[in-house]
Design a protein around this ligand. Sequence first.
Ligand code: SF4
Length: 199
Amino acid sequence: MTDILRNFTTELHGVSQREKEELIIETLTDAETVAGVRVHERAFLPSCELVFSSELLEYCKSNVCGNYNKSWTCPPACESMEEQRKKILSFENVFVFTTTHKLEDSFDYERMTLGRELHTSLTIEFKKRRGGVPVYGAGSCPVCDFCAFPSPCPFPEKKIGSIEAAGINVTELSKSAGIAYNNGPNTVTFFSMTLLNPR
Ligand code: SF4
């Protein structure tokens, strides 16, 4: 258990919140078994500790990742950053988890792709067990090889939102959550974030 989780569960929300969080961790453990991948780190944090930056929209528009106007979860198709910020803040807490994957070297795209697929499966399994609660990952939705956009999304129940398109920088998220963004040379780390406790 991380210090953040320990402090948060014992100091801020008491036993009943701890029980809720233990249930979430059990759900994640079930999802890990089905997806065949272990979580590397996890943390609960109050949504008010998230740092939102509207400047990320300019970064999206510059289309460095190539997904601008290509995915239902990226601008301009997704909800606006302000709408997403309000939605996230309408939940009291967020739960962040990562998986990390060893690579042969920094050009090992095969293992990078496999790691991304395993992390996506884990996130989908977790979402399914949590009754379709909103989940977010770094980058555009990774569920399909090519997003169906602008045709309708065939898998809305699996859809994974974009952390950046919600105005959250993943490195800032890792700092707020107290979990590592980078786990050393020749590794790749994937993030998921989910919303807990609607207000
Ligand atoms: S599930 Fe597929 S079609 Fe739907 S948003 Fe994700 S990548 Fe696009």
